[in-house]
Design a protein around this ligand. Structure first.
Ligand SMILES: [Zn+2]
Length: 371
């Protein structure tokens, strides 16, 4: 497992480098074919080609009814947030029981686990539902092109197991995730010389500042709804009244119904200064993954399997989104956070606990066998 993981980490695959991501996809396609999978690529212009691999349900002589049933979907992505060349300063290494490297936790370890769970089931001759693996290539940048492929695939599946990183040092599974969005608010005012023509100017910066004070009032932490202006920019020089200013605002919602509520609040914003204009782009791009009955049932099965191995297993909710948000919103039972136990997704200390890779892979195999 570690040598496969190392190999995948060393094929760097940042979302914005199509050639690099396609190298990773080509490698995975070969691995899946060797495992007996039927591989399909979904060609893309800007981002890497998405990848699907379909596996039948195991040994025919021991086939049960399930082997002809709807597949279990193993979901993930093979793009990372790390720029090409990161490997030079953050090489794959194993230290103090942890494996480090760009994308190791989010989520090349999860893909390694998928491959080894299938290998184990095959070696043991266990019959199970068909398995579909779907890996997209723009998850880290919002799944714009991945989303329709993920949704079309999930619709045909019985359940979705997401191999994204688990939660916290105990490796909790994720049974709910917040919905995610972003809105850019752009204000246009009127430029003028701050000394000579002060009164002719209309400051886009002042107008934007006033708008942001309205926007942050939408936050309701108790309801799981937060609004964060995370980037702000505007103006040209201190002696010029700013003609333009804009801010990027991150949105998180715990409940699906809050998407339209929040978008309406934004749409209702009016300029304080009638000589300024406001333009909004964006919105909610991932619906929340709510803790549905189907998800709770999947978690119950996972916990039982873990208990059988003498391992405790808990569930958590998170403010971060994944492609599991899409499948869950379609009503397909979805269990997330089945990937590696570790820390530092998107951070320099990104790493996975090596010892936990093995029982978590057994847990995944057990789930595929049981569902
Ligand atoms: Zn991820």
């Amino acid at each position: 497992m570690l040598s496969l993981l190392r190999h995948m980490v060393e094929i760097e695959s940042p979302s914005d480098d199509k050639a690099a991501v396609d190298r990773m996809g080509a490698f995975l396609g070969q691995v899946f074919e060797r495992l007996g999978g039927k591989v399909t690529f979904y060609p893309q212009q800007e981002v890497g080609n998405h990848l699907k691999a379909e596996f039948h349900g195991g040994a025919s002589d021991r086939a049960s009814d399930k082997t002809a049933g709807k597949p279990t979907l193993l979901l993930g992505h093979f793009d990372t947030v790390w720029q090409m060349g990161t490997l030079a300063r953050m090489p794959f290494r194993i230290q103090d029981g942890r494996a480090f490297g760009p994308g190791v936790y989010d989520m090349k370890a999860g893909i390694t686990m998928m491959i080894f769970a299938l290998r184990a089931l095959k070696a043991a001759g266990v019959a199970h539902r068909p398995v579909t693996i779907l890996l997209d290539t723009d998850e880290e940048v919002g799944s714009t092109t991945g989303r329709p492929v993920v949704e079309a695939t999930a619709r045909e599946c019985e359940a979705v197991l997401v191999l994204e990183p688990s939660q916290g040092p105990q490796g909790h599974l994720k049974t709910s995730r917040k919905g995610v969005g972003d809105i850019t608010i752009r204000v246009r005012g009127r430029a003028s010389h701050s000394g000579v023509d002060f009164e002719k100017g209309r400051s886009a910066i002042v107008e934007l500042a006033r708008q942001l004070l309205e926007i942050v009032k939408f936050t309701d932490v108790g309801r799981g709804l937060t609004v964060n202006p995370g980037v702000i920019q505007g103006g040209t020089r201190s002696n010029v009244i700013a003609a333009e200013a804009w801010a990027e605002v991150d949105l998180r919602i715990a409940r699906a119904a809050d998407a339209s509520w929040l978008e309406q609040k934004f749409a209702a914003l009016k300029p304080f200064d009638p000589d300024c204009t406001i333009e909004l782009t964006g919105g909610i791009n991932r619906p929340p993954m709510e803790r549905t009955e189907g998800t709770v049932r999947l978690f119950g099965i996972a916990r039982e399997i873990a208990t059988g191995m003498g391992m405790p297993l808990e569930e958590s909710s998170t403010g971060g989104g994944s492609d599991g948000n899409f499948t869950s919103a379609l009503g397909v039972p979805t269990l997330d956070g089945l990937g590696a136990v570790g820390e530092g997704a998107h951070a320099a200390n990104e790493s996975v606990v090596v010892e936990n890779l093995f029982w978590r892979t057994a847990l995944l195999a057990g789930l595929i066998q049981t569902l």
